[in-house]
Design a protein around this ligand. Structure first.
Ligand code: F6R
Length: 246
């Protein structure tokens, strides 16, 4: 079931997303958060940092597992997702960094590393709240449209559309890694609550298909219809193809 929360614009979406994450931390100070990178959550992370600085939030007992990481980038590479998390959130709040986990983009024995990541998420009891963005093509994490839903953490060949969408953050499209490690769809579905954030017209089709399309691996986000507690916070543009449905 998907609960749709309408936001006016990006700032409103960000505050609403931050409010929900903040409520989770207040209700369960030692909660496990599943976190996402990308442009969408930056405003929500900024809002969380602001509330932390005001003394309203305490991350000291929180642990986190990120969805994905580019293959071949070290954690100090400015485009790596570890670097993103450090600079956008972790460095500015009192989270214990040893309890923040991001798949290792440099793992040599990557199959063992993926299995270990899954085992760690499972041992933590799976996220209380999993934050997700959504790709223009309906991907979640880096689970791209496919003929089946993935299970655990795995190596992914990124699609041309994702490489192109993400090239805006690199100096040139040739620098965008072609592969990434991503939590699988089954792992994502194990989270107790799923919070999807979406803004902008580019996401409108994917948001429509996620909420109202058939449940199919050709739109990985559509499986979230089967989760008992999915919340979508989306702005007007992202909801523009949902018409009267939403
Ligand atoms: C990021 C991730 C991706 C993004 C998605 C949307 O960790 O897993 O699925 O959430 O590609 O990206 P943005 O927010 O940049 O539009």
């Amino acid at each position: 079931m998907i609960t749709i929360v309408r936001a006016h614009d990006y700032n409103d979406m960000s505050r609403k997303v931050a409010n929900i994450i903040s409520a989770q931390i207040i209700l369960k100070p030692n909660c496990v958060l599943g976190l996402a990178t990308g442009s969408t959550p930056i405003g929500a992370y900024q809002q969380l940092v602001e509330w932390y600085k005001k003394g309203d939030l305490d991350f000291s007992q929180v642990s986190s597992y990120n969805l994905d990481e580019y293959r071949g980038l070290t954690g100090d590479h400015p485009q790596s997702y570890r670097y993103f998390m450090d600079t956008n959130l972790f460095d500015h709040v009192n989270i214990d960094k040893s309890k923040t986990f991001v798949p290792d983009g440099m793992a040599e024995d990557y199959e063992a590393a993926c299995a270990a990541y899954d085992a760690a998420v499972a041992a933590a009891g799976y996220p209380d709240l999993q934050l997700l963005g959504i790709g223009n093509n309906g991907h979640i994490g880096f689970n791209e449209p496919d003929d089946h839903f993935s299970r655990g953490t795995h190596l992914v060949d990124l699609t041309e559309s994702t490489i192109e969408a993400n090239s805006r953050l690199f100096d040139s499209i040739d620098e965008v890694p072609r592969q990434a490690f991503s939590m699988g769809v089954q792992t994502i579905m194990n989270a107790k609550m799923i919070l999807v954030a979406a803004n902008g017209e580019k996401k409108a089709q994917a948001v429509h298909d996620m909420c109202f399309g058939p449940i199919t691996p050709s739109c990985p986000a559509s499986i979230l219809q089967l989760h008992t507690n999915t919340v979508l916070v989306a702005d007007e543009e992202a909801l523009s193809k949902c018409g009267e449905l939403a």
